[in-house]
Design a binder for this molecule. Structure first.
Ligand SMILES: *[C@@H]1O[C@H](CO)[C@@H](O)[C@H](O)[C@H]1NC(C)=O
Ligand SMILES: *[C@@H]1O[C@H](CO)[C@@H](O)[C@H](O)[C@H]1NC(C)=O
Ligand SMILES: *[C@@H]1O[C@H](CO)[C@@H](O)[C@H](O)[C@H]1NC(C)=O
Ligand SMILES: *[C@@H]1O[C@H](CO)[C@@H](O)[C@H](O)[C@H]1NC(C)=O
Ligand SMILES: *[C@@H]1O[C@H](CO)[C@@H](O)[C@H](O)[C@H]1NC(C)=O
Length: 564
């Protein structure tokens, strides 16, 4: 341990608290650091040159450019001093930074400019609603619009002198510490706008609904759009239509016969993004989840992933999902490296044809970064075998692999349904079964002292097969200060008829995996000490007793994206 680490650790013990969702390290909020020698910085995942980032805010497409705003501390690598930083892109892959768009400047946001969303008003006029922390430390909702609509970069934003437009009062009994993150607004057939704000009443999490004719005067609806007892604070709600058939996205105001609705919330108590599929009853302004659906079931991502937001891309007619991935390293390490937080690769998102879940897939533009393809012939991978995937930059790669299994009678019997994440942490890649574990070993060091395994395991449970997808970080780093939690989920595929496909995006300290063609996503952060840069190796493996067949294996080195 270096002297500076000891000094930092001493600091932590003094200042530790909690506001909203973030631990507060007051004395570290403005500490900068040397950022040379950085094996963990990403090459094609979004991150600024230094400092703390969290939620993506107000994504929109305007003047042919994608705009991304995000929660940012301009002064340090821990949460604090939050402003809306701003970057633009032509392809969602390469990004150009601009000056912060929204920062504290009026009494309704003088203590912070927190998350919010953009809406395109008639005449293609962007409008932002965001949460301000006012001079009384209350959470209120504010409005801002571009100063110059002829500037495609939307560099300057003007706040309404009428701010705040929505605020807690003694009459509405809204908890002033639990009232934040307005959604993109949608327009009803009656010509009135609707918007949701995340909140809770005691343990009942809710999406408070407001209506407005002019986007300025907002009236709280009598009932929230939806609420759930025991779910705690709903952060970053997102409410959007998806077509019941096909992958095209639609504008947030679309409703009708061929449309289902998705309500997603970031549960503050659980720190995961959950969603429900259902119907939006426009007459009652209520969301009715499909039968057997509740807020504790489906997640966007079963690894590290929070505070996500979608927007409709009217250029390519698709809905795009952006999300924040925090670090798994210690705060001391974050301070040393001078940064914390990244965003995932933007994902296209649509309803699976079963109607029971969403599907997510990295936007096609990221494939422009693929170079030097390596394709292996279909082959049998015997139990206990490792297959090196040579010729790709294993610390910066995109890998697609598909498996076929034949001996399903060999699947391990699961007597009692068990939480998949617990199954993954109990049965890591070294625990053999009949069918599985098989998958990828990423960030593997020469002697396998370090590796992260992403794999399938098949169980038989009550005459059905269950396909488990795990991302096991237990051996990912010799540095045990990191969070090494294993993640897992069942993938709704049928191993009798479907291929078991896995795509993994590897980027220095990120392992972003898509199982079952995007039906299950798991994002992990890892910090190898040996398997860094050109020391990292990549393998396919089968540690089950039965053979499996690799029907496809394609891997690419990924070029560096231009991000700042
Ligand atoms: C608005 O932006 C356009 C395009 O960048 C620029 O030419 C024009 O001068 C700007 N107008 C003002 C008033 O700044
Ligand atoms: C309001 O929300 C805050 C933050 O979660 C909580 O600590 C407080 O107990 C809530 N107050 C009431 C009256 O529920
Ligand atoms: C960030 O990561 C830590 C440790 O890995 C985790 O405990 C925490 O809940 C995460 N926070 C959020 C908001 O995701
Ligand atoms: C495969 O299983 C063996 C024996 O259980 C174990 O020693 C080895 O580490 C496993 N391989 C991986 C990649 O986990
Ligand atoms: C990692 O695996 C070891 C056994 O190899 C186990 O004792 C330990 O609890 C695991 N740690 C985590 C974080 O899962």
């Amino acid at each position: 341990m270096t002297m500076s680490t000891i000094w930092l650790l001493t600091l932590f013990s003094v200042i530790y608290g909690s506001a909203a969702t973030h631990h507060i390290y007051r004395n570290l909020q403005s500490v900068s650091s040397d950022s040379s020698n950085q094996p963990y910085r990403t090459a094609y995942h979004f991150q600024p040159p230094n400092n703390w980032i969290n939620d993506p805010n107000g994504p929109l497409r305007y003047g042919g450019l994608y705009h991304l705003f995000y929660q940012y501390n301009p002064k340090g690598a821990v949460w604090g001093n939050i402003v809306w930083a701003h970057s633009v892109s032509r392809d969602l892959v390469n990004w150009t930074p601009l000056d912060p768009a929204i920062f504290p400047s009026q009494s309704s946001d003088i203590n912070g400019c927190w998350s919010g969303s953009a809406t395109l008003l008639p005449g293609n006029k962007p409008a932002i609603l965001y949460t301000g922390i006012d001079s009384l430390n209350q959470q209120v909702q504010n409005f801002a619009q571009p100063k110059n609509l002829s500037d495609p970069f939307l560099r300057e934003w003007v706040k309404s002198p009428k701010n705040p437009l929505m605020a807690p009062t003694s009459a509405n009994k809204i908890n002033s510490s639990s009232f934040r993150d307005p959604t993109t607004a949608w327009l009803g057939k009656d010509g009135h706008w609707r918007v949701l704000v995340g909140s809770k009443r005691r343990t009942r999490g809710m999406a408070i609904l407001y209506r407005s004719k002019d986007f300025v005067k907002w009236v709280q609806a009598k009932h929230p759009l939806h609420s759930t007892l025991g779910s705690g604070m709903w952060e970053c709600p997102d409410f959007f239509p998806v077509l019941s058939n096909g992958q095209l996205g639609v504008d947030t105001s679309v409703n009708g016969e061929y449309v289902r609705h998705v309500l997603k919330v970031s549960l503050d108590d659980k720190k995961h993004d959950y969603y429900m599929i259902g119907s939006y009853n426009a007459a009652k302004d209520a969301f009715i989840p499909d039968e057997e659906s509740n807020i504790f079931v489906l997640r966007y991502d079963y690894g590290k992933y929070y505070a996500s937001k979608t927007f409709f891309d009217d250029g390519k007619k698709r809905r795009i999902l952006l999300g924040w991935v925090n670090e798994s390293s210690s705060v001391a390490d974050d301070i040393k490296k001078g940064w914390s937080g990244i965003h995932t690769i933007p994902r296209a998102i649509w309803l699976h044809k079963s109607g029971r879940q969403l599907v997510q897939w990295p936007v096609e533009e990221v494939e422009k970064l693929r170079a030097y393809p390596v394709n292996l012939l279909p082959q049998v991978l015997k139990g206990g075998k490792l297959l090196p995937i040579n010729g790709v930059t294993a610390s910066q790669a995109d890998v697609e692999i598909s498996f076929e299994v034949s001996k399903l009678r060999k699947a391990e019997v699961l007597d009692y349904w068990t939480d998949p994440q617990i199954l993954c942490s109990k049965k890591g890649s070294s625990v053999k079964s009949g069918l599985g574990p098989f998958g990828l070993l990423v960030f593997a060091s020469e002697g396998l002292q370090e590796y992260t395994s992403v794999f399938f395991r098949i169980f038989r449970h009550q005459h059905k097969y269950l396909v488990l997808l795990c991302s096991d970080q237990n051996r990912s780093s010799l540095n045990k200060d990191n969070d090494l939690t294993s993640y897992g989920t069942f993938v709704d595929v049928d191993p009798l008829h479907d291929k078991l496909s896995l795509r993994t995006l590897i980027d220095h300290s990120v392992v972003e995996s898509f199982g079952g063609e995007g039906r299950a996503c798991i994002t992990a952060r890892v910090y190898p000490t040996l398997a860094i840069n050109d020391k990292a190796q990549l393998y396919a493996f089968n540690n089950g007793t039965a053979d499996v067949k690799i029907t496809r294996l394609s891997a690419w080195s990924m070029k560096k994206a231009q991000i700042h």
